[in-house]
Write a protein that binds this ligand. Sequence first.
Ligand code: HEC
Length: 157
Amino acid sequence: MPKFRAPLLSLAGAAVAIAVFAGPGAAQDVPAAVKARQSQMQLYAFNLGTLGAMAKGEAEYDAEAAQGAADNLVALTSLAAGPMWAPGTDDMSIDGTRTLATMWDNFPDVMAKGTALAEAAGGMAAAAGTDLASLQAAMGPLGGACSACHKAYRAPE
Ligand code: HEC
């Protein structure tokens, strides 16, 4: 009875879709992998913010705090990221994420952008504890490495 198969399959598909997108509880269904990568990003932002505030003169330059933030960024770029970007966790497949599906189609470029960030963080770690001018000079490449990846693979808000 081939005629029955397609409707049954699409019903099964609908049941899965409802389970994933079910109403107000949906936020609780955000996969741990997504929460983990967003948490990593928050840690990036927090430490970049420490450096950025000093660079802009909003906070007094503090060599030790600057070095700490830069070292944190270096450590964060060294996390094994693969499991946090599990296939099927793009913004078309699930709620609660802004990662574009194209990220999974452009793996070498994503790696290159991750490497660019690691290099910029290394540059900051070499500069941040020296003096304010060195910190400021390292700020552009660092912020640029963040936004290059966001422009390519993060959906606008
Ligand atoms: C290799 C790509 C890449 C790099 C490099 C990168 N990001 Fe992201 N970032 C993303 C993607 C993709 C998202 C969307 C994550 C999601 O919602 O699944 C994101 C999300 C974020 C978020 C929002 C997190 C949340 O709670 O939803 C912040 C904040 C952020 N990034 C900050 C940074 C900062 C700061 C840097 C640089 C120090 C950086 N990112 C570098 C790809 C990147």
